[in-house]
Design a protein around this ligand. Sequence first.
Ligand code: NI
Length: 176
Amino acid sequence: MIRDVLKMGDPRLLQVSTPVVRFGTPELEALLQDMQDTMASLNGAGLAAPQIGVPLRVVIFGVGRNPRYPDAEEVPYTVLCNPELTPLDGAMEDGWEGCLSVPGMRGLVPRHLRLRYSGYDQHGARIEREVDNFHARVVQHECDHLDGILYPMRITDMRQFGFTEQLFPGEDIADD
Ligand code: NI
């Protein structure tokens, strides 16, 4: 079921979410189905449970091949519960981000370039990956939601924050 996505200003987006304790339950499956339906309906690259008002440490993300962005890196569809992120070194990179909770806007955000992440899928199976670039950025953005952090709070130069249509005139960029 497609759920409403909370927008910046809603205090629920600022909460620290609690870990998943029981895996493989019908409740967790139903939550993930709603998250997947909601993300797909809005063409998002990822979604965190608190964005639909559920304060659990659950994120989903994934980016398929898109003919509009032939150079965009593919990120496998992933369900990640109770994630832990560990940067592999000190390298940071600036990149443009948007968020379904901050519709119509983009900001330039510094993120760790390379990191290891671990956690569990919805059945409790362990996930461990080392990733970089766009994949690493998406994971950092989504996991920030679990600690009540929205990407505008990470922007270091507020001149690099604005409405998508003003920042990128004429470009066909999804509104997320
Ligand atoms: Ni977001």
